[in-house]
Design a protein around this ligand. Structure first.
Ligand code: PMP
Length: 388
C-alpha cells in the first residue's frame, strides 16, 4: 500500500521508543512519560461515574457541552480578567493534543513557516510538518534558563512566517517565560502579524508561589492568540482526554467543523468530570504540592551528583539535565542507564536535535521514594563506569 508523502515523513517518537524499550525490563523505574501517577480529585471521578450511570454517554455538540464551555469561559475570566463567548470562542477537545493539532491544521498552509522554540514538545514539529508547513526551530540556551529570547525569534522571521508556538511553562525544560519577555514577544507578533499558539497546559504546576503569565493579556494579543489548555496535568486526568482552545471565533468555527470529521466530540463522561473539576467543590492543590515536593527531592538528589547539572525547575514535572560531565552524551547515558540499572529516562536530542545531545529529561511522575531509588541507581551507574 502506498502511503502519503505526509505520512512517510513522520519521525518515529524517540520518547515512545525508549518507553517501549523500558517495558522489556523487569523492575524498571520509568521516568519517561509526562503522565502523572496521582489520582484526579474524588469528586471528579465520582462525576464521571454518575454521568455513566445516568446514561450521559452519547455524543455532545462538536464544540463540547455548553455548560463546560461556560465553565471554561468563567475560568478564563479568573485567569486573564477577560470575557470570552462560550458559544463561539471556545471548543472542548480530546486533550490539549487535539487543540494543538486542530489549531495548527486550521492556521497553516503549505509552505508556511511556524517558529517553535527548542527544545520542544515533539508533537508541535510533527503536526506542523504534517500540514505541509515548515517548523523553524529556535534554540533556547541554558544560560537563559531555556527561556526564549525575542531577538532570536526576530532573526528567524521571514515573509512566510505565519505563527509562533509558545509553551510556558515548557515541556521538556520547565522554563517559564517572564512578563517582560512576553511583552517583547507580543510586540514582535503584532509587528509581523503573527498568530501565537500559547500552550498553557502546565500553568498550574508552577512552584515557589510563582504565578505564570500569559501572552494573551498583552496589548494587541487577544485577536491573535490561540490558548491551548486541558485537564491532563492540573487535575492529573491524562487518560480522560479533555482539553480546550480559547481563540477568536473564526478559528473556533473551523476547528469545530473539523473535529466533527475527526472525533465528533470529547468523551461525554469525561466532559462531565471536567465540568466538575472546574467547580468550586474541587481542591486539586494536592497535585501541585506533591509535584513541588518531588521537585525538591530531585534537586536535593542532584546535589549529590556533581556530574549532572540543572538550571533549576521552576515548574512542570520535568527535569532537563546536563550530563556532559559524565563523559557521555544524553543518549549514551539514557541507553547505558536503562541497560545496566533499569532506570528509563529520555535523551535531550529527542526534543530538539543535536544542540541538546548533552541532556536527558526525567519526568518525576513517581513518588519520592522511587525517585530516590532511581538516583541511587544513577550514582551506582556512574560509580561503576568510573571504576572501569
Ligand atoms: N502540550 C504539552 C506541552 C504537553 O507536554 C502535552 C502532554 N505531554 C500536551 C500538550 C497534551 O496534553 P493532553 O492531550 O493530555 O491534554
Amino acid at each position: 500500500m502506498k502511503l502519503s508523502r505526509r505520512a512517510v515523513q513522520l519521525t518515529p517518537s524517540e520518547p515512545r521508543r525508549i518507553y517501549d524499550e523500558a517495558q522489556k525490563y523487569r523492575n524498571v523505574i520509568d521516568l519517561t512519560l509526562g503522565d502523572p501517577d496521582l489520582p484526579p480529585p474524588m469528586n471528579v471521578r465520582q462525576a464521571a461515574c454518575d454521568a455513566i450511570l445516568a446514561g450521559k454517554t452519547r455524543y455532545s455538540a462538536n464544540a463540547g457541552l455548553l455548560a463546560l464551555r461556560q465553565a471554561i469561559v468563567a475560568e478564563a475570566k479568573k485567569e486573564y480578567g477577560m470575557d470570552f463567548q462560550a458559544e463561539s470562542e471556545v471548543i472542548v477537545t480530546v486533550g490539549a493534543m487535539e487543540s494543538a493539532y486542530l489549531s495548527l491544521w486550521s492556521l497553516l498552509d503549505e509552505g508556511d513557516e511556524a517558529i517553535i522554540p527548542a527544545p520542544y514538545w515533539i508533537n508541535y514539529g510533527e503536526v506542523v510538518k504534517s500540514c505541509g508547513a515548515t517548523p523553524v526551530f529556535v534554540e533556547t540556551r541554558p544560560e537563559d534558563a531555556f527561556v526564549m529570547q525575542s531577538k532570536d525569534i526576530e532573526k528567524c522571521i521571514t515573509k512566510r512566517t505565519r505563527l509562533l508556538v509558545l509553551n510556558s511553562p515548557a515541556n521538556p525544560t520547565g522554563a517559564v517565560i517572564p512578563g517582560e519577555t512576553l511583552d517583547q514577544l507580543a510586540k514582535l507578533a503584532v509587528k509581523h502579524d503573527l498568530t501565537v499558539i500559547s500552550d498553557e497546559i502546565y500553568s498550574h504546576l508552577a512552584y515557589d508561589g510563582r504565578k505564570v503569565e500569559s501572552i494573551l493579556t498583552q496589548p494587541g494579543m487577544r485577536e491573535r492568540t490561540v490558548v491551548v489548555n486541558g485537564f491532563s496535568k492540573r487535575y492529573a486526568m491524562t487518560g480522560w482526554r479533555v482539553g480546550w482552545t480559547l481563540a477568536p471565533s473564526p478559528l473556533i468555527r473551523v476547528m469545530t467543523q473539523m473535529t466533527e470529521n475527526v472525533v465528533a466530540c470529547a468523551p461525554l463522561p469525561s466532559q462531565y468530570a471536567a465540568l466538575e473539576a472546574l467547580s468550586d467543590r474541587t481542591d486539586e492543590s494536592y497535585i501541585r504540592q506533591e509535584f513541588e515536593k518531588r521537585r525538591d527531592c530531585v534537586l536535593e538528589e542532584l546535589q549529590r551528583i556533581p556530574e549532572i547539572t540543572s538550571v533549576g525547575i521552576p515548574a512542570t514535572f520535568y527535569a532537563f539535565l546536563n550530563v556532559s560531565a559524565t563523559g557521555m552524551s544524553g543518549e549514551e547515558f539514557a541507553m547505558g542507564l536503562l541497560k545496566s540499572k533499569q532506570v528509563a529516562v529520555i535523551h535531550g536530542n529527542a526534543y530538539g536535535g543535536d544542540a541538546y545531545r548533552d541532556y536527558i529529561r526525567i519526568a518525576f511522575t513517581l513518588p519520592c521514594d522511587e525517585l530516590r531509588k532511581a538516583f541511587a541507581r544513577i550514582r551506582e551507574f556512574l560509580a561503576e563506569r568510573s571504576a572501569r
